[in-house]
Design a binder for this molecule. Structure first.
Ligand SMILES: NC(=O)c1ccc[n+]([C@@H]2O[C@H](COP(=O)([O-])OP(=O)(O)OC[C@H]3O[C@@H](n4cnc5c(N)ncnc54)[C@H](OP(=O)(O)O)[C@@H]3O)[C@@H](O)[C@H]2O)c1
Length: 226
């Protein structure tokens, strides 16, 4: 089998574009999502995954294990975002953000450990500028992405002896289907395009393995959304 990649959230937006790009580059891709995709390719395994459920994550890795026990590239991408003021945010909605954006990566990394290839695996996490900066009316998203960053920073030190590469991406707003559900009035013209994101992603993925990109922040040239 050629190089193997795992990606969460492969059914839409960035995850779908990344999946297509990795397949084009010759990777065998195991994509996880709840709704799946119509994408068909000999090297694509469209696996049902609810990242908030430990049982579902276990089943996802059992499926991967049927084909390989080595994963070269991991894209920690699945996520949700809604915009609401603090008083509008229900406890359930806050918990759902934490379950998807913080607990989800925790479960992913737990399942991943036995698939790591020493000195080789590259783990790319799609965080957000919202993992570094607080924005109004997205407390649940902000808290969940800050939490995810803390998880990764701890893990990076814990897994030091594996010598795997971690890349944390902090993109600003990108025009994807995520914004159909966010409930905001922001202009899509002031967002990065998915193709902009892919320029950065592909540069990092295809760079020589002797280089590491610990962090990268990038956003539309006009700055943050206001
Ligand atoms: N778009 C932006 O402006 C932007 C900016 C910075 C960072 N990001 C981050 O980029 C990542 C991808 O966002 P996107 O813009 O591509 O959004 P999107 O088009 O809404 O895609 C989100 C993906 O996450 C998956 N997902 C959500 N909940 C899931 C769950 N419980 N289990 C498994 N998969 C789940 C969805 O699949 P199913 O619904 O099929 O499960 C979907 O494939 C997110 O982490 C987001 O926070 C986005």
């Amino acid at each position: 089998m050629e190089k193997c990649a795992i990606i969460t959230g492969s059914s839409s937006g960035l995850g779908l574009e990344i999946t297509k790009s990795l397949l084009f580059s010759g990777y065998t891709v195991f994509g996880g999502s709840r709704s799946g995709t119509e994408l068909e390719h000999d090297n694509f395994y469209d696996v049902e995954l609810d990242i908030t459920s430990s049982e579902s994550v276990e089943e996802f890795f059992e499926t991967v294990r049927e084909f390989t026990d080595q994963v070269h590239l991991v894209v920690n991408n699945a996520g949700i975002c809604e915009m609401q003021s603090l008083s509008e945010t229900s406890t359930e909605n806050f918990e759902l953000h934490l379950a998807t954006n913080t607990l989800g990566p925790f479960l992913l990394f737990q399942g991943l450990e036995s698939f790591l290839i020493k000195d080789e695996t590259h783990i790319i996490s799609i965080l957000s500028t919202a993992a570094h900066y607080g924005y109004p009316n997205v407390a649940a998203y902000n808290a969940s992405k800050f939490g995810q960053l803390g998880l990764i920073q701890s893990l990076k030190k814990e897994w030091k002896d594996y010598k795997v590469r971690f890349t944390n991406l902090f993109p600003g707003a990108i025009d994807t289907p995520l914004w159909d559900k966010v409930g905001s009035k922001f202009s899509r013209d002031k967002m990065l395009k998915t193709s902009d994101f892919m320029t950065v992603f592909n540069f990092i993925v295809h760079a020589p393995p002797t280089i590491q990109f610990p962090e990268m922040t990038f956003l539309h040239k006009d700055g943050f959304l206001e």
